[in-house]
Design a protein around this ligand. Sequence first.
Ligand code: FAD
Ligand code: MLT
Ligand code: ZN
Length: 468
Amino acid sequence: MTEFLDEARAILGEAHVLTTDLAAYVTDWRGKFTGQPLAVLRPADTAQVAATVRLCAAHGVPIVPQGGNTGMCGGATPDGSGAQVVLSLSRLNRVRSIDPLNNTLTVEAGCVLQAIQALAAEHDRLFPLSLGAEGSCQIGGNIATNAGGVQVLRYGNTRDLVLGLEVVLADGQVLNLLRALRKDNTGYDLKHLFIGSEGTLGIITAAVLKLFPAPHAQAVAFAAFKTPQQALQLLGLMRGQLGDRFTAFELMSQASVAMVRRYFPATPALFGTPHAWHVLMQASDASGQQALDAAFQAALEVALEQGIIDDVVVATSEAQAHELWAVRENISEAQQHDGSNIKHDIAVPVSGVPAFIDEVLPLLQAAYEGVRPIVYGHLGDGNLHFNVSRPAGWTTPGWQLETDRVNAIVLDVVARYQGSFSAEHGLGQLKNHEMLLYKAPLEVDVMRRVKQALDPQGLINPRKLLPD
Ligand code: FAD
Ligand code: MLT
Ligand code: ZN
C-alpha cells in the first residue's frame, strides 16, 4: 500500500493524505461505530476527487465518503480492516454561483448547511433545510442521506430541494447533472438515484439547490396536551387556518422535555404543571408580521376554545422563539448525555401516529418494567424518533443486547402500519440488515442490481445501506 499512498500524495499533496491523528474521522457522532482506515484523503476539488477515485479503483481500495460526520447510522465510518480510505469532502466548500432570479444556488458538497442558509438569507432568499446538526453537517451529506429535518411539512425532504448534481462515479468519471431547471423530462432523472444513496453509488461533489422567498415574519409557540390525538387535531386545525404558512410541527413527550431540562439546566420550565405531550410549531410568511401574528393567534384561540390545547406559550420575541426551539433541538444531545438508548426513526401515515403510539408503548412496558421511551419527532411528517432508553438499573451493554428484541417490538408494529423503519436517517451500517426483514425481496434485489451497475467492483462505501 506504500505505492498507493505515494500516488495519493502526488494527487492531493502530502498534507492531505492523513495517516495519523485520525480521531475526528473514525468514529460516528453517536459513538456507536469506530473504524481504522488506511488513510483519510482530503481532495480540494472535483478533479482531485475523480483522480482519487480512479486511483482507488486501480488499487482495489474501498472508499468511505464523509461529510460533516453527523450521520446517525454509521454510514460515514470506515470498518476496522485498515484497508478502506475515508474520503473527506470538507475542502470542496466553494459556492459556484447564485441566481436569485432563478432562485437557485450552486454549491460544492463540503459546504456546511448553516453557511448555505446564511448565504441564501444574504440574498433575501430561504434555503429551507433545517436540522439540529446544521452547524456541522455538509450539503453533500444531506443529499446523500436525503435528510429531513424540521421544515419537511412545508418544503419537503432534501430530495425536493435539489435541482441538479455533479457526481464522481466509481470509475472516476464525472457525471455532470448540474442543471438548474424546474422542468426536464429528458429520460430517467438520474440525480434521484444518488440522492439518499448514502455514498454507495458515487461521490457527490456539487449540487444546484432550490431557493424560496425569505420569510420575514415568524410565529412560534409551544403547546401542551394530554394525548397525541389532540396534537394531531391541532395539526389539522393549524394547517387549515394557515395553509402553506404553517412550516413546522414537532412532537415531544414529557420525558423528552424533562431530559433536556436535566442536561441543559438553563432550559426554562414552560408550564406550571407537567403535561404528557408537547408540540413546538412555527408559521412563517414572506409578508407582514402583524398579519401572521393575527392569523396564528386566531388559530390558537380556536384550538383553546375547542379544548384541543391544554396550555400554550407563544413566543413574544425572537430570543424567546430561539429558546423554545432549543428545547426541541437539544433532545439528541441530551440523549447522548443520558447514555445508551435504542434509536428508532420511524414513519407511519400522519393520521395513524396516535394509534401507533398507543399500541407500542404498552408493548414495551409489558416487555421491560421501568423502560424509558423517549418519543419525539416530526409529527407533521408522521416521522417519530421512537427511542427506547434503558430501564433504571440496567447497564449499557445489557440494554444494547436487547436491541433486536426492542427493534422487533417497535418495527413489527411499524410494518403493520405500512410504515418506514428508517424515515430520514438512512440505514448505514446500523440498520442495513433490517432491509431483509422489512423490505420485499424484489425491492432489495432491484437495489442490488443498481449497485452492481454503478459500482461493479463494490468499492464505494461497501456494506453500507445494502446488507451483505
Ligand atoms: P456524514 O455523516 O458525513 O455522512 C452521512 C452519509 O452520507 C454517509 O453514508 C456518507 O458516506 C455519505 N456522504 C457524505 N457526504 C457524501 C458525499 N459528498 N457524496 C456521497 N456520499 C456522501 N437528520 C435528519 O434527516 N433530520 C434531522 O432532523 C436530523 N437532526 C440531527 C440532529 C443532530 C444533533 C445530529 C447529530 C444529526 C441529525 N441528523 C438529522 C442526522 C445528520 O445530521 C444528517 O444525516 C446529515 O444529513 C448528515 O450530513 P453529514 O454531512 O454529517 O454526513
Ligand atoms: C432529530 O429530529 O432531532 C434528529 O433526527 C436527530 C435524532 O433523532 O436524534
Ligand atoms: Zn429527526
